[in-house]
Ligand binder design. Sequence first.
Ligand code: C5P
Length: 240
Amino acid sequence: MQKGQLVYEGKAKRLYETEYPDVLVVEYKNALTAFNGQKKAEEQGKGALNNKISSILFETLHQAGVANHWVKQISEDEQLVKHTKIIPIEVVVRNVAAGSLAKRLGLTEGHQLGQTVVEYYYKDDELGDPLINEDHIKLLNLVDSDDLARMKDMALVVNDCLLDCFKQCDLKLIDFKLEFGYDRSGELMLSDEISPDTCRLWDIETNEKLDKDVFRKGIGSVEKSYSTVLERLKGGVSNG
Ligand code: C5P
């Protein structure tokens, strides 16, 4: 597979063309950003860890019947994906109060929500990715109502699948963010990445944070936390 022109560079990934128009190479970067790009750092090895974690999770979701863009991992920090046109909506799914939900609603971090909460954010850096509702999505014509309903259904299936997968690794899935897109044939599918950059994951016993909050809050080693997640996903539940 030939790696061609850079087609897009985001905060955490670069996308390259290949000789096939419907397939792209994703390179996971070591860059870490938080608070809409206001806090930045480089973390050696982070790109490779997220590439491997995301590959395991996308493969698991394929097996669970969730259509997604992942094709295969091709190197330490690269994977092949289907070329998708991203819908500019971030779908956040929450099981436990944390982050912006805890702040907005005055809930204690760690409070088990009595129901799964699904939220939508408008992907727009200049506006700071505001929280939006279904009427806003209709107003801005971001996606049609049937596909929004399918995105929500898929997000809930992803939640069930990942809750189970992480539980087997002694990890609690607090919340996560998903992005969706259309492939070249117009099929709606899960896209982007699923990694400790985009999920909150806590140790099931100690509630130790093993995700990007370690960087956001400056409370430990990102490399050590993400490595723990990868090792546990690979099968050996280690508490080290
Ligand atoms: O900050 P907030 O509590 O709204 O984040 C909810 C979840 O979505 C967290 O797991 C966070 O890592 C993820 N997220 C993300 N990218 C964003 C915003 C949130 O991956 N731009």
